[in-house]
Write a protein that binds this ligand. Structure first.
Ligand code: MRU
Length: 363
């Protein structure tokens, strides 16, 4: 996508170094960071300089590539995979990318490993872009169908939670790809953007949509149910960090409540995902998906860029207030109207996923 008229991806390699959009500064400031050491890569993922399931996976792959360029030994490969895998537990793309890296690199002689790892990291990034573009093509059909039922010129009203946008992936985004493609096709849209406490990923979505000229309104997380009751939402589209083989989806905390409200108000609830987000080994998301518990200070404090150009925190609770910070929740498949994948739409069910991905099938 473009920033100030210039095309960007969220991660890329250039002159032997890896560069990312440093998302800690968004939406206030657009900064690019160079990440180099294994520690840089782990910090960037853990502390959310980069975030979003597909981007976490691509970053991990580039991390292995940089490590192999420095030290292509078995020990360094194992260390890179272990350190990166420990950064964030919920998004399956991390383990998916690291498994691919290990499988591709481990059998090679040390002298071939750096090139092979870099080639694979680039392929993972390129494939993510293409998967997300295709998600947009399939999601666009859904939006077209809603638009066709409306009086000419009336916008299709979407709601999204968190940032499943282009900066959460390598490009296009998952939930946002249909929005970008619908807007580019001239379909009028309006997007309700959930704030997404505590990390305010909704502000990133607002930044993205604003840059693309897509009308949107930033709302508190608790507004979604009310908007649906008032008939102001035609469809919900979110992303997912891990999708089980039976179609349960695990996404940013609060997604489950949106799905409940959508079900109660007959609003279609769609989840957009590249197949790298499917955990084929898991069937029961509620029981088995590890939910990341983050620093409670993300809840007791509001954080962001300060006027003096530094990053800072302001406390919003009484000092010493105990706080909990589960970062994701699981929406059971029965609450999901459908999945939008790079291969098309399917039911959120073992049969639906196996129909699109027969080689994997249900676990
Ligand atoms: O904690 P984050 O910001 O990494 O969480 C991101 C999300 O929950 C996204 O919705 C998800 O990764 C889908 S991304 C395209």
């Amino acid at each position: 996508m473009k920033v100030d008229g210039k095309p960007f991806r969220s991660i890329w390699d250039e002159d032997g170094a890896v560069r990312i959009i440093d998302q800690r500064w968004l939406p206030h400031d657009f900064r690019i960071a160079r990440i180099e050491t294994l520690d840089d890569f782990a910090t960037a993922i853990r502390n959310m300089w980069v975030r979003g399931a597909p981007l976490i996976g691509a970053t991990a792959a580039y991390g292995v590539a940089r490590q192999m360029a420095r030290d292509p030994s078995d020990a360094a490969l194992s260390e890179a995979c272990a350190v990166l895998n420990a950064t964030r537990p919920t998004a399956i793309n991390l383990a998916w990318a690291l498994d691919r890296c290990r499988a591709a690199v481990a059998p090679l002689p040390a002298g071939d490993r750096a090139d092979a790892a870099l080639t694979l990291a680039r392929r993972i990034a390129d494939d993510d872009v293409e998967c997300n573009r295709l998600i947009g093509v399939h999601g666009l059909n859904l939006i077209r169908r809603i638009a066709a039922r409306k009086p000419r010129g009336e916008p299709v009203r979407l709601l999204t939670h968190c940032n499943a946008g282009w900066i959460a992936t390598v490009d296009w985004g998952t939930a946002t790809s249909p929005m970008y493609q619908a807007a580019d096709a001239g379909i009028p849209l309006h997007v309700w953007v959930d704030e997404t406490r505590p990390r305010s990923q909704g502000a990133l979505t607002a930044w993205e949509l604003g840059a693309h000229g897509i009308p949107h309104t930033f709302v508190t997380d608790n507004a979604g149910g009310h908007l649906m009751q008032k008939g102001l939402v035609d469809m919900v589209i979110t992303g997912t960090d891990r999708t089980t083989a039976r179609g349960d989806v695990c996404n940013k905390i609060g997604t489950y409540l949106k799905a409940l409200a959508a079900g109660d108000n007959d609003v279609p609830f769609y989840v957009a995902l590249p197949s790298s987000t499917i955990d084929w080994t898991m069937t029961d998301g509620l029981r088995d998906i590890p939910i990341e518990d983050r620093d409670p200070r993300e809840v007791t404090h509001v954080q962001g860029a300060l006027d003096d150009g530094t990053l800072g925190r302001v406390r919003v609770t009484p000092e010493g207030t105990p706080a909990g910070n589960p970062a994701f929740d699981v929406t059971p498949a029965r609450l999901v109207t459908g999945l939008i994948t790079e291969r098309g739409l399917c039911d959120a069910s073992a049969e639906g996923l196996a129909g699109l991905f027969p080689a994997r099938g249900a676990a």
